[in-house]
Design a protein around this ligand. Structure first.
Ligand code: UD1
Ligand code: MG
Length: 460
């Protein structure tokens, strides 16, 4: 390894322009917080230390990032240079390269960071800034170059002259620095600008004054350097990221019938020859196998879907679905359900914390909660497990090859043995042994001719 590498991620700002109760870097792009996406871009690199500067919403940001990074607290937000300086005690004496990134640039790709870092190290630069050409450079710092094309300084929108505002080359907010020099120069940054802030980009002009090498590294895709400061920008970032994710899946053999209306989290995995229909949302930590059909309006979150599965207009969260099983339309499977292979869960079925063995079926209109169902059992339409007494939840166990007739109430705690048959309309209150017929309903009585005396009967 050529050099020690460190990273500082700035995530202390409030994000006033977001007009939000939620701190800016915690807003999500394709179901992942912006600050996590920034950290993800460093995943390929071996780093000695990654430090995130937190301030507004520090506790929430720490919760989200967990042990992926160290944290330092910037109690008062006095500007980006001030924010980096907060990491001084952790870093100032270290030899090596420090990458600084802002937590609001979620579209940066690891490949770009890697090649920028190579460029920085190969040119022996003391600082390298990642730049891009923006059609509309408004709100970005502009790159000011001398006649030889060398970077002189970066000017913020609010401090720029009319002439400088016309410059389209912008500061991405992603830099590599010689670590020791960075912390030396940070001491010299002043806040004599229109915002009264200590600007990190001012470090570049200071390094230039030292006659040290400063490089720029041009990213040819402006979108990667896109900074999110308000919700309009957030929607733009979402769109770019969605397009990227969807393209990746299509190129890997997944059919997306309408990629503009398919919402897939960056870490979702989808197998080949699976087809995703319009208006499907696939949230984080979802894995879908091969040859599946995820039909319109399905919503999958932290779901593990096997091969050859069909899902139609259904919600599946925190659950596992076995091969060749079909779900929906309009079912809801949640909280640790596990369905085996060739299971069928049909229209309007809700399953919670429930397991099904292979080949079992619930075709229509049922609720099963805290239930274990064996294999090849048929649960009739309108079956309800009565798992909650208003205070506690109880389990129901239904064996294999059982048959639960329509409109049954199964009052938990309850066990129904293998091969048992529950007659339609039965309220089961006691355990049923294997192969028993369970029937509990008022015996039918036919009152001959009585219908004609009823108001309805008189009409005919
Ligand atoms: C900044 C750059 C600008 C660049 C743009 C790229 C400065 C002065 N300006 O402007 O040149 O073109 O990003 O997107 O650096 N933060 C802190 N503590 C602070 C201030 C900010 O942690 O005291 C964090 C924010 O949470 C944010 C990041 O630093 O993640 C950048 O701050 P922001 O206010 O968004 O700067 P921009 O105006 O976008
Ligand atoms: Mg910004």
């Amino acid at each position: 390894m050529s050099n020690n590498r460190y990273a500082v991620i700035l995530a202390a700002g409030k994000g006033t322009r977001m007009q939000s109760k939620l701190y800016k870097v915690l807003h999500k792009v394709c179901d992942r917080t912006m600050v996590e996406l920034v950290l993800d871009s460093l995943n390929d690199l071996e780093m000695q230390e990654v430090i995130t500067v937190v301030g507004h919403g520090a506790e929430r940001v720490k919760e989200v990032l967990g042990n992926r990074t160290k944290f330092v607290l910037q109690a008062e937000q006095l500007g980006t240079a001030h924010a980096v300086k907060v990491a001084k005690d952790e870093l100032k004496d270290k030899e090596g390269t420090t990458i600084v990134m802002y937590g609001d640039t979620p579209l940066i790709r690891p490949e770009t960071i890697n090649s920028m870092l190579d460029h920085h190290e190969n040119t022996n630069a003391k600082a390298t800034v990642l730049t891009a050409i923006a059609d509309d450079p408004f709100a970005y710092g502009r790159i000011i170059r001398d006649v030889n094309g060398k970077l002189v300084k970066i000017v913020e929108e609010k401090d720029a002259t009319e002439q400088e505002k016309k410059i389209k080359e912008i500061n991405s907010g992603i830099y590599c620095f010689d670590n020791k020099l960075l912390f030396e120069m940070l001491e010299k940054v002043k806040n004599d600008n229109n915002q009264g802030e200590y600007y990190l980009p001012d470090v570049l002009a200071l390094i230039r004054e030292q006659k040290e090498i400063i490089e720029t590294y041009l990213c040819d895709d402006f979108d990667e350097t896109f900074g999110v400061n308000d919700r309009v920008a957030l929607a733009y970032a979402e769109n770019v990221m969605r397009n990227r994710i969807n393209t990746k899946h299509m190129l890997a053999g997944v059919t997306l019938v309408d990629p503009t209306n398919t919402y897939i989290a960056p870490n979702a995995v989808i197998g080949r020859d699976t087809t995703i229909y319009p208006n499907v949302t696939i949230k984080s930590n979802t894995v879908i196998g091969e040859d599946c059909q995820i039909k319109p309006n399905s919503y999958l979150e932290n779901a593990q879907i096997g091969n050859g599965v069909k899902v139609l207009s259904s919600t599946i969260s925190d659950s596992k679905i076995g091969d060749y099983t079909s779900v929906g339309p309009y079912s809801h499977i949640r909280n640790n359900c596990e369905l085996g292979q060739h299971v069928r869960v049909g229209n309007f079925v809700e399953l919670k914390n429930t397991t099904y063995g292979d080949g079992s079926k619930t075709a229509h209109l049922s609720y099963l909660g805290d239930t274990e169902v064996g294999s090849n059992t048929n649960i009739g339409c309108g079956t309800i497990t009565v798992n909650y007494d208003g205070k506690n939840k109880y389990r129901t166990k239904i064996g294999s090859d059982a048959f639960i007739g329509c409109n049954s109430n199964l009052i938990a705690p309850l066990e129904i043995g293998d091969g048992a048959v529950v007659a339609a309309g039965t309220t089961v209150t006691e355990n049923a042994p294997s192969d028993a017929l369970v029937i509990a309903r008022v015996k039918q009585e036919n009152k001959e001719g009585y219908a004609k005396k009823m108001p309805a009967g008189r009409k005919s």
